[in-house]
Design a protein around this ligand. Structure first.
Ligand code: NAD
Length: 286
């Protein structure tokens, strides 16, 4: 397939490289010329803009930071893409934006799916992302072979926007676990207990999680290079809180985690990895 890939950042860059490896012709565009050059060095083609990237594409993927960027790029895709095009937005954005894009796409004969991901940069590099897809079942089946080059858990979760709602649920769980691991580290250290030994035990028991497996050592060492930036998690907690309001449900822990992430950002840690929630918990205790 000829695949246009818009947004070659921390996630998009390795995802596009995996599509090249899977044998697709990948034409990429990013505002950053360095990112486009990186794709070219990995066997893809660079484009000068969104319109050029999508002109000959069978399928388009966007992996952009937030709703405003998708709202800016999607109309260009719909204007320049061929009828029958599959458009997968893999960014994490508001469910209502995904539903609107899907409606506008349908009016132009473009088959749009929201397909946000979980698994972080590691999952993007290894091609082991979890992908939650909202949209029509037959469009999901058409896109599935391409998604297979990017992830290992690929699930159609419902109509347009449903992928984003599942992603919001994912992010509130991830944020909550990071917050609690941070509290566990502070408790262990302030009690004079070796946090490495302590978290090794937690990781092997009922408290075990992917976050403990992948991040406990870097958190204890205070290494917070992203990964997934606090700024992006702040955006995602806003989406989760708004989704809860729209659904008419109370999520008290989610609200609290949203405030911890907001505090991390207010303290100037927006460009650090979300495991830097530890800095907020430490600050509460100094
Ligand atoms: P990023 O900031 O590294 O990458 C976004 C890229 O989009 C940047 O390279 C930027 O230059 C480009 N861009 C922005 N506006 C553009 C435009 N108008 N046209 C072309 N390119 C444009 O972010 P990321 O970490 O790769 O995250 C992308 C999305 O994936 C976000 O929605 C994020 O929430 C989600 N996500 C990230 C992770 C992670 O671990 N980083 C994990 C899961 C989901």
């Amino acid at each position: 397939m000829t695949i246009a890939f818009i947004g070659l950042g921390i996630m998009g860059s390795p995802m596009a490289a995996n599509l090249v490896k899977a044998g697709h012709d990948v034409v990429g565009y990013d505002l950053s010329a360095r990112r486009v050059a990186e794709l070219e060095s990995r066997g893809g083609k660079g484009a000068a803009g969104v319109a050029e990237a999508v002109a000959d594409a069978d399928l388009v993927i966007t992996m952009l930071p937030d709703s405003p960027q998708v709202e800016e790029v999607a109309p260009v895709i719909l204007a320049h893409g061929a009828a029958g095009l599959i458009y997968l937005d893999m960014s994490t954005i508001k469910p209502e934006t995904s539903r609107r894009v899907a409606r506008e796409a349908a009016a132009k004969g473009v088959r749009a799916l929201d397909a946000p991901v979980s698994g972080g940069e590691r999952g993007a590099v290894d091609g082991t992302l979890s992908i939650m897809v909202g949209g029509a079942a037959e469009d999901f089946e058409a896109a599935r072979p391409v998604l297979g080059a990017l992830g290992t858990t690929i699930v159609h979760v419902g109509p347009a926007g449903a992928g984003q709602t599942v992603k919001a649920a994912n992010q509130l769980v991830v944020g909550g676990v990071y917050g609690l691991v941070a509290e566990a580290i502070v408790l262990l250290e302030r009690s004079g207990v070796d946090p490495v030994a302590g978290l090794d035990v937690l990781a092997g028991g009922l408290a075990g999680s992917r976050i403990l497996d992948l991040k406990r050592h870097s958190m204890i060492r205070r290494e917070f290079a992203p990964g997934f930036r606090i700024d992006l998690h702040h955006k995602d907690m806003g989406i989760a809180v708004a989704a809860a309001r729209e659904a008419g449900v109370a999520l008290p822990l989610t609200a609290q985690v949203a405030q911890l992430v907001a505090a991390a950002r207010a303290q100037g840690h927006g460009s650090l990895d979300h495991s830097a929630l530890l800095k907020v918990v430490e600050r509460l205790n100094t």
